[in-house]
Each structure stands twice: as C-alpha cells, then as structure tokens.
Design a protein. Structure first.
Length: 181
C-alpha cells in the first residue's frame, strides 16, 4: 500500500511540475497607422520582457487568416540581412521583437524586428515592401491568456481518492492487527 501511495504522489508531483513549466498562450495585436491590423497568437515562455520558444503560431492580416495557421514557421534576424530558422523572440513592449512568421509556402509573412522594420504581407515581396501590405508606425499589444484553473469538483475528487486510499490503508492495518492476535 505504501508503494501505491508513493506512486500516486509521484504521479501528482510530475503532473504539477509539467503544468508549471508548460508554455503560455499569448495573443497579440498590431494596429498600423494605415488602419491595417495584424492579430494572432502563439505559445511561448516569458522571461522578464522577452517571450521565447514561440510555437503554434497563428496570424491574421485584416481579419484574413494566414495559410497553415497553428503551424507557421518562425525565424529570427541573425544579422542585418540574414534570417535564421527558429530562435524567434517577442517582447511585451515590442522594442525587442525579432521574428518573422511565415506560412510553409512563403506566400504570406509577418515580421517585426525591434519595433523598427514592421510589416505584414499577404504576398511574399522582399523588403522594401510593396503590394498588399501594412508597414510603418504601429501600436503593439500582447497579453498572456490566463491558464485554466482546476474546477472545485476536480479537487474534491482528488481529495476523495486520497481519503479512500487512507481508509483502505487503515482497514488493512486493523485487519492485520486482529489476524495477528
């Protein structure tokens, strides 16, 4: 019985630890002076002002979702002219953003590098940007989506399970005592 109790406790601690290190869902909005709006979301891990490990990326440009939302590719600008896969970073104030989100066919992209070279394009056109795009002054906002809080019913069931384990253990101890006499 001790092994069962130990196993249950270890499983619960493991679940709690994995939940504590899970990525957070972030939603963002980028409003441009032109009236264009880029919205979206991604999973990531916040470290002070920075959000790293961006994944499950979705982007919409003026309400039109990018192709392959949820599996967009993320890049970061490694040098002033070179984009590298992975390593994308977002920041809460937008000043340290370093990302390019792109669909898998390279026909749609959204980029933000340190709040200076910002654009959203429905068609892939290298910088300087032309065509159907938004660029220039913008207002960047980002927020974390609150994590789900366990319902009281779930906690009650967990408490009942522990009480049941405790009663079974006590019953076994009592029956062992009477059998030994």
């Amino acid at each position: 019985m001790n092994r069962l109790l130990l196993s249950v406790s270890a499983a619960l601690l493991s679940l709690a630890a994995s939940a504590a290190h899970a990525d957070t869902l972030f939603t963002f909005t980028d409003n441009f002076a032109s009236g264009d709006v880029v919205t979206g979301s991604f999973d990531g891990t916040a470290h002070g002002n920075l959000i790293t490990g961006l994944s499950n990326i979705s982007v919409s440009f003026d309400g039109v979702a990018f192709n392959g939302n949820g599996s967009l590719l993320a890049f970061h600008m490694a040098t002033s002219t070179e984009w590298q896969p992975g390593g994308a970073v977002a920041s809460f104030d937008g000043t340290q953003n370093n990302f390019l989100f792109q669909d898998r066919t390279a026909t749609q992209l959204y980029l933000d590098v340190s709040g200076q070279e910002i654009g959203a394009l429905n068609n892939y056109i290298p910088y300087p940007e032309t065509g159907n795009d938004a660029s220039g002054p913008n207002t960047w906002t980002i927020s974390a989506v609150p994590a789900a809080v366990p319902e009281p019913g779930t906690l009650a069931l967990l408490g009942i399970a522990f009480a049941g384990i405790g009663l079974a253990r006590r019953r076994k101890a009592i029956s062992t005592t009477f059998t030994a006499r």
